[in-house]
Design a protein around this ligand. Sequence first.
Ligand SMILES: [Zn+2]
Length: 187
Amino acid sequence: MGYIICPECGKSFHSLGFARHMAMHRDNREKDTRKCYVLMVSRTFPKVHPKAEQETGFVEAIENGSKIHTIRADFEKWQNIADEVNEGKAYVSVRYWSKSPYNYKRDGSKQVEFKRLDKLEVQSVFMTRYSFFEVTLNDEYIYHPEIETLAKNDGLSYDDLDKWIFPPKCKQDEFWGAVIHFTDFKY
Ligand SMILES: [Zn+2]
């Protein structure tokens, strides 16, 4: 009874403590003059993936430390963001959609921040699917067991990573992106 979920951090409060809690967020925002970059984490597999709409478990895996990075397109963009973050000019707000990521206007889905990154390490990853799935990490070609580790550290199986990057019907056969680290681990 009487619980309110904070739309900004997802914690629940008795109605009494809630106003004070929101004031805390307001104060923090006013104090924080840094730029905010939003990194959305998918709680379900994309519609084009064979596991479409099944749960990824990513948020839980990031929280329990088993998913230690995410892979995103556009290495240069993420490297520039990392520079800004590491110079103290920006931070990354890691968020998920409280309901559906697709129709927030209809179901009132909100972005929920569950992690902030005040420093950011990114590493380059190049993947191709000319005839099979191949990966170059930090300019070094890596083999099946290492790809398996990369996938596992991303919260996925080898196959799921392959199909996430190159969905079955996708015509693209090259992907150049960034491994964005949530921890101090680096390859
Ligand atoms: Zn909150």
